[in-house]
Design a protein around this ligand. Structure first.
Ligand code: GLC
Length: 531
C-alpha cells in the first residue's frame, strides 16, 4: 500500500522528502521588540539570512499561548500564539513572508499534555473526582491510608514524582494527576475521544491558516500502558534520550492515534507530520512511519552516536534500515534544543568543532530530510551558565542536581563585539550570551570563507544543486579502520576520518572537505565529498 501523497502527486516526490529543515528556537533566535526574548517578527526579520543559508523549511518550537513553565511545551491555548512571540498576526506575517521567499513553516504540536493553566485542566480541578472534566486527564486516587501515596511509582522525566496531589474544592487533600514532565504539564487521557477531537480542531485551524506541517512532540508518548502498572526499575535519572526502554512510552495504542492524525493530514496533501520518536529498535521505529501514520519520524541514532567510525556507521545503517522497512524517508539530525551542542559533545574546543564540521558533511551526504538546529551553522558550543541563570524546569525539579538544557538554548549571536551580540537591544536577555562568542557572530563569519557558516552554506548549496546528491540508497565502501566511506546512488562519495592517522582518499574530484587536505590526504577529524 502506498501513501495517498503519491497518488496526489504521481511523478514527483513530496517537498519534505529531501528538505533541509531549520529549527528555530524562537525565544533565542532574534528579539525584534527589545524585551530580551526572541519573537516571531524577529524570525521574519532574519528570513534573508535563512534564505541565503539554503533552508527549505523552518520548524518553530512551540509558540502557542503558554505560561512557559517548559518554554512553551505547556500549552494553555493551542489555537493562538502567545503575546510574548507577537501574537497570531506575527505568525501570519512570518508565514506570508516565508512563503514569498519559498520557505515552508512548520510548528511544534504538543498532544501528550497541556498546561495546567489550560481551561480543561482548570475545569477538571473545579469539577472533582469522577467528573467528565477529570476524565480528560489522568486523575487517580492515591494509595495507602488516606491516599497519601501516589497511585504508582512513576517518576517524572524532569525529576521528582510523576504525580501531584490536588486539593479538592472543599479544601481536603484530593486525587493525584499524572505528569510525565513538569507538574505544570498534566498528561491528557488519550482514551477519551474528546482529546483527539480537540487536536483535530487544532490541526485544521493551523493547516487552514497556511502552516505547512507539524513536529509532533513526544509522538511515542500519548498512549499509556493499560492499568498504569508500577515500573520495574526506577533509574536514578530518567533522561529524554532514554525513553526507549521506558514502559510509559511506545505503547501499541499510540499507532491508532497517529492513524487518526494522518487522516486529517490527508485533507492537506502538501503538509507534513514529523514525530519526535525516541525509539531505537528499527522495527518498532518503522511502525511510526508506515504509510498511514507519520510522514517522517526523527531518528535520533546519529545524534546519539559518539565520534567513532563504528558508532557512526551503525547509526547510519540502522536509520537507513528502519526507513527502508516501510519505504519511508530517512531523517537525520545532530542537534536540537534538548541535547548538548555537537562541538561540546564531540570533545570541545578546536577538536570538537572540527568533528562537528565532519559530522555535518556525513549528515548532508545522506538521502532524506535533515534538521539543523539554530546556531549549529555557527558552530556554537554549549555555554556554562551560572546557577542563577538557569531556566529549564529540570534544574528545580531535580533538586538542582541536573542543570537541564539551557546550555544549548543560549540566544544566537548576530553582530557586534559584546553580549548580547545584536540578538536584542536589551542587555538583559533571557539567557546571557557569553563574551567569548565575539568571533562566532554571523557578522564575523559571513564573509570569512573559512568560517563554519560559510562552510555550511557551501555544503547546503552543493547538496541542493548537484545531481550526485540524488538517489535513495547508499553503499558502504572499504576504508581503513576508524574511518568510514559510502557512495550515494547518485554518485557522491563521502569519507569521514574518525581515527588518528591521515588517510588516502579514493580516486575522484574533491568537492568539499571539512578541513584542508594534507598532500591530498584526509587528516583526522575531517570529512570529504568526492565525485
Ligand atoms: C519534548 C521536547 C522537550 C519538552 C518535552 C515535554 O521532548 O522536545 O523540549 O520538554 O517534550 O514537552
Amino acid at each position: 500500500m502506498r501513501d495517498t501523497y503519491a497518488n496526489a502527486q504521481p511523478m514527483s516526490a513530496p517537498w519534505w522528502s529531501r528538505a533541509l529543515f531549520y529549527q528555530v528556537y524562537p525565544r533565542s533566535f532574534y528579539d525584534s521588540n527589545g524585551d530580551g526574548l526572541g519573537d516571531l517578527d524577529g524570525v521574519t526579520a532574519k528570513l534573508d539570512y535563512l534564505k541565503a543559508l539554503g533552508v527549505d523549511a523552518i520548524w518553530l518550537n512551540p509558540v502557542m499561548v503558554s505560561p512557559m513553565a517548559d518554554h512553551g511545551y505547556d500549552v494553555a491555548d493551542p489555537r493562538d500564539v502567545d503575546p510574548m512571540f507577537g501574537g497570531i498576526e506575527a505568525l501570519d506575517r512570518l508565514t506570508d513572508a516565508a512563503h514569498a521567499a519559498g520557505i515552508k513553516v512548520t510548528m511544534d504540536l504538543v498532544p501528550n499534555h497541556t498546561s495546567s493553566a489550560h481551561p480543561w485542566f482548570q475545569a477538571a480541578l473545579a469539577a472533582g473526582p469522577g467528573s467528565e472534566e477529570r476524565d480528560r486527564y489522568i486523575f487517580r486516587d492515591g494509595t495507602g491510608p488516606g491516599g497519601v501515596r501516589p497511585p504508582n511509582n512513576w517518576v517524572s522525566i524532569f525529576g521528582g514524582p510523576a504525580w501531584t496531589r490536588v486539593v479538592e474544592a472543599d479544601g481536603s487533600p484530593g486525587q493525584w494527576y499524572l505528569h510525565l514532565f513538569d507538574a505544570a504539564q498534566p498528561d491528557l487521557n488519550w482514551d477519551n475521544p474528546e482529546v483527539f477531537d480537540d487536536l483535530e480542531k487544532t490541526l485544521r485551524f493551523w493547516l487552514k491558516r497556511g502552516i505547512d506541517g507539524f513536529r509532533i512532540d513526544v509522538a511515542h508518548g500519548m498512549a499509556k500502558p493499560p492499568g498504569l502498572p508500577d515500573m520495574e526499575v526506577i533509574k536514578g535519572e530518567v533522561l529524554l534520550a532514554d525513553m526507549d526502554d521506558d514502559p510509559r512510552f511506545n505503547n501499541d495504542g499510540v499507532h491508532d492515534i497517529h492513524r487518526q492524525i494522518r487522516r486529517v493530514f490527508n485533507d492537506y496533501p502538501d503538509a507534513v507530520a514529523i514525530g519526535e520518536v525516541w525509539v531505537y529498535d528499527n522495527e518498532q521505529f518503522a511502525r511510526y512511519v508506515r504509510p498511514d501514520e507519520l510522514h517522517l519520524g526523527f531518528n535520533f541514532r546519529l545524534l546519539r552516536a559518539k565520534f567513532d567510525a563504528d558508532d557512526i556507521r551503525g547509526a547510519i545503517a540502522n536509520s537507513m534500515e528502519a526507513a527502508e522497512l516501510v519505504d519511508a524517508t530517512p531523517t537525520w539530525t545532530l542537534a536540537n534544543h534538548d541535547v548538548d551542542r555537537e562541538p561540546t559533545r564531540y570533545g570541545d574546543g578546536a577538536v570538537g568543532l572540527a568533528r562537528a564540521r565532519a559530522m555535518m558533511m556525513a549528515m548532508l551526504a545522506l538521502p532524506g530530510a535533515v534538521f539543523v538546529y539554530n546556531g549549529e551553522e555557527l558552530g556554537l558550543p554549549n555555554v556554562e551558565l551560572p546557577d542563577e541563570a538557569l531556566r529549564d524546569p529540570v534544574w528545580e525539579r531535580s533538586g538542582r542536581t541536573r542543570r537541564g538544557r539551557d546550555a544549548a538554548r543560549v540566544p544566537v549571536p548576530w553582530q557586534g563585539d559584546g553580549p548580547p551580540f545584536g540578538f536584542s537591544d536589551n542587555p538583559d536577555t533571557w539567557l546571557p550570551l557569553p563574551a567569548d562568542w565575539a568571533a562566532l557572530t554571523v557578522e564575523k563569519q559571513i564573509n570569512d570563507p573559512a568560517s563554519m557558516l560559510s562552510f555550511y552554506r557551501t555544503a547546503i548549496e552543493l547538496r541542493r544543486d548537484r545531481s550526485e546528491f540524488d538517489g535513495k540508497s547508499i553503499e558502504w565502501l572499504d576504508s581503513p579502520s576508524d574511518t568510514l566511506a559510502f557512495r550515494r546512488s547518485g554518485g557522491l562519495v563521502c569519507v569521514l576520518n574518525a581515527g588518528t592517522r591521515t588517510i588516502p582518499l579514493p580516486v575522484g574530484e574533491v568537492l568539499l572537505a571539512s578541513a584542508e587536505l594534507i598532500d591530498g590526504k584526509l587528516p583526522p577529524d575531517t570529512a570529504a565529498w568526492l565525485v
